[in-house]
Design a protein around this ligand. Structure first.
Ligand code: WTA
Length: 649
């Protein structure tokens, strides 16, 4: 099927969706035009839904050349106030903010109202203060998917500390690198996490990380009750330290451009970057995108299956929903435990109305057959969402047909850690959908497709996706390395933000993300730099060189394919394969576990010593017919050896 075969596969919007939606097509068009013609007026109005201690004097003030991005200057606010306190003050304290669904379906749920949330966040905030945390300090949060993770984020925001959340699947080495990079003296963690009844040794991982870098104090939430070592003077149980803290903790008045959080993400080169988001723009962006994209109506139950360790969890479990006064479900477990119907069982149990997940989960569940879905009612569902990677039309149709009974709209939301929130999506009720296409730009977003030389491509075309105008939720810098921020995002195409994604635009102006065009791979929706996996591999004493590429994987979207050259005298065998796999898991974390290790006597290099990754990608994809010109290789015969190696596996 050709790339464009899906262009005219419209899925008509169901009548139900047009009923009371936030936005009709005409409204979208009018609002979109206004948002790009008069961004100051448009964003001032959106920002008005939030509480400000002081209103901003200026709305947009940015330049992409030189790079300097500011929004809502002069404004003072606190995102924790907007996510928590103002709902209580408005008399909605008894509304449920978070529903906690634990890993074990038989374990008790928790329903946390906005009033409870306020108490819990104040308690956590005062505990952090008691430890010595001050405004501007960096606090590392390494937590399971339990409400205390959200409390910790909101508590940091409340006192003006900058949180850096690290996904629980990262290794001690990865934690150490991130703690060191942002000089974080404080860590919040739990004894253990639970995923599919497997215990994740969070505190032990922190201990191992702190053998390499120093931290002043570690706050430990008791969750599983498992045995953990506590270092005298450094480690504190949360329940002990918080026992006598006060019940008052006013929200710090933050400048709009004060940092809110750092989130580490992978790029094509080097170590993960600490993407930095600031307070005002991020607040407005997550509040507005959540409101329009999910068309949230009071009383509804909203569930995003992401982990708070990723940006999706930040923006669409914590800050977006809570600023809107929504009820968000937090799920600790995994989709296939105790059985492949866990998602649907939870949807029915809590009468979920809006469900937001990743294509990798959809594909994995689709493979297990329809019966897991059809045995559940699912009649509460009203809107489905997808995020993290391109969704293939087959998975889209299954999601729409089997999960959505053929009548529920799907929002396929394209965005990135750096964009803070959703950038391209259809809006339910406003837009018709095409399976596999993210759809149209959100308010204020000006996408542009360019060719390799930066020539602007018009009309129906395919190219590299850039964004030409700033939006409130845009990352402001890379923590501690503004030059890297400029180099990574604004130097490939000067004066434009380059996303790193390839993209097609069809005749109807719908955008179809085709995947990364740089050396970043997307494994089960987890973003990973091939350079990171390579660095991990070459640290092994037997490895001389490594080159890592992505290859198409039925469930994960992309898998990790590693070409490895051993030091002379070393033998490749199954034992070493297992050892290298373990090695990468230890260096980065289980999410970076290689799918294929391909031992080769050499890598294909040009005469100047540059590895020709294009060839390695094609071979990993089994595309031997289109290897292109190999004549510039120092030793063209290596290609044959590599192809043979591929065919033998
Ligand atoms: C990919 C996750 C196609 C894309 C929010 C992007 C998508 C990277 C979609 C960012 C989508 C995310 N369709 N591709 N709906 N959503 N991506 O920073 O390649 O973890 O650049 O942010 O995921 O990943 P990140």
């Amino acid at each position: 099927m050709s790339n464009t075969a899906h262009d005219q596969e419209w899925v008509r919007k169901p009548g139900e969706a047009a009923n009371g939606t936030a936005c009709t097509l005409d409204q979208y068009q009018a609002m979109y035009s206004r948002s790009v013609d008069d961004p100051d007026g448009f964003w001032a109005e959106q920002a008005d839904r939030l509480d400000w201690f002081e209103k901003p004097g200026k709305i947009a003030n940015w330049s992409f050349d030189p790079v300097d991005i500011k929004w809502f200057e002069g404004g003072k606010l606190n995102i924790c106030h907007n996510a928590v306190d103002r709902h209580v003050a408005a008399g909605n304290g008894e509304r449920v903010a978070l529903i906690f669904e634990p890993d074990d379906p038989a374990a008790p749920n928790r329903h946390i109202t906005y009033a409870d949330l306020q108490r819990e966040v104040v308690r956590m905030a005062n505990t952090l203060k008691k430890m010595g945390v001050e405004k501007g300090d960096r606090v590392t949060i390494y937590m399971p998917m339990i409400p205390e993770g959200a409390f910790a984020m909101l508590a940091c925001a409340r006192i003006g500390a900058i949180h850096s959340v690290i996904f629980g699947g990262f290794s001690p080495d990865a934690i150490a690198g991130r703690v060191e990079d942002c000089q974080s003296d404080w860590i919040v963690t739990a004894d253990e996490g639970l995923r599919g009844s497997k215990k994740i040794p969070l505190k032990a991982n922190v201990d191992a990380a702190l053998a390499k870098v120093a931290a002043k104090a570690v706050l430990v939430v008791r969750h599983t009750g498992g045995d953990v070592a506590m270092t005298e003077g450094r480690d504190h149980w949360y329940h002990d330290l918080s026992a006598d803290v006060g019940e008052e903790c006013p929200c710090e008045q933050m400048d709009a451009e004060d940092p809110l959080f750092i989130l580490y993400t992978s790029g094509s080169t080097g170590k993960p970057k600490g993407v930095l988001h600031t307070t005002g723009g991020y607040s407005v962006w997550t509040e507005t995108t959540f409101r329009y994209v999910f068309d949230y109506r009071p009383g509804e139950i909203y569930w995003c299956t992401a982990d708070i360790g990723w940006v999706t969890g930040h923006s669409y479990i914590v800050y977006g929903p809570l600023q809107n006064g929504a009820t968000a479900l937090m799920f600790e477990g995994v989709p296939n435990n105790p059985d492949h119907d866990r998602f649907w069982q939870v949807c029915d149990k809590h009468k979920v109305n809006i469900f937001y997940t990743a294509p990798t989960a959809i594909r994995a569940l689709m493979r297990e057959g329809d019966a897991h879905v059809t045995k559940h009612d699912l009649s509460s569902l009203r809107l489905l969402g997808s995020v993290g990677e391109p969704i293939n039309p087959e998975a889209w149709r299954w999601y729409h047909g089997t999960v959505g009974h053929g009548k529920i709209p799907i929002v396929d939301t394209w965005w990135q850690t750096e964009t803070g929130g959703i950038m391209i999506t259809t809006l339910p009720g406003a837009h018709d959908m095409k399976p596999g296409s993210a759809g149209k730009p959100f308010f204020g977003i000006c996408p542009q497709l360019v060719d390799g030389d930066g020539m602007v491509l018009d009309g129906a075309t395919e190219g590299n996706l850039c964004i030409t105008h700033s939006w409130p939720g845009q990352a402001r810098t890379v923590y501690g390395d503004h030059e890297r921020f400029i180099q990574t995002y604004f130097s490939t195409y000067r004066g434009k933000y380059f996303t790193g994604d390839g993209c097609r635009r069809d005749v109807d102006g719908y955008y179809w993300i085709t995947g990364r065009v740089d050396d970043v791979i997307n494994v089960s929706g987890h973003r990973m730099g091939t350079a990171e996996v390579e660095s991990a591999l070459v640290l092994h004493p037997k490895v001389s060189e490594a080159a890592v590429v992505g290859f198409p994987h039925d469930i994960k979207g992309q898998g990790i394919y590693c070409y490895v050259t051993l030091n002379s005298g070393e033998e490749a065998d199954d034992v070493l394969t297992g050892e290298l796999r373990q090695w990468v898991r230890k260096e980065i974390g289980p999410i970076a576990s290689p799918d294929h290790l391909h031992f080769t006597p050499a890598l294909p290099k040009t005469r100047s010593g540059k590895i020709m990754r294009r060839i390695l990608r094609k071979i990993a994809e089994n595309e031997f017919g289109s290897l292109g010109d190999t004549s510039t290789l120092a030793d063209p015969s290596i290609v044959e050896t590599l192809v043979e190696g591929r065919l033998n596996r």
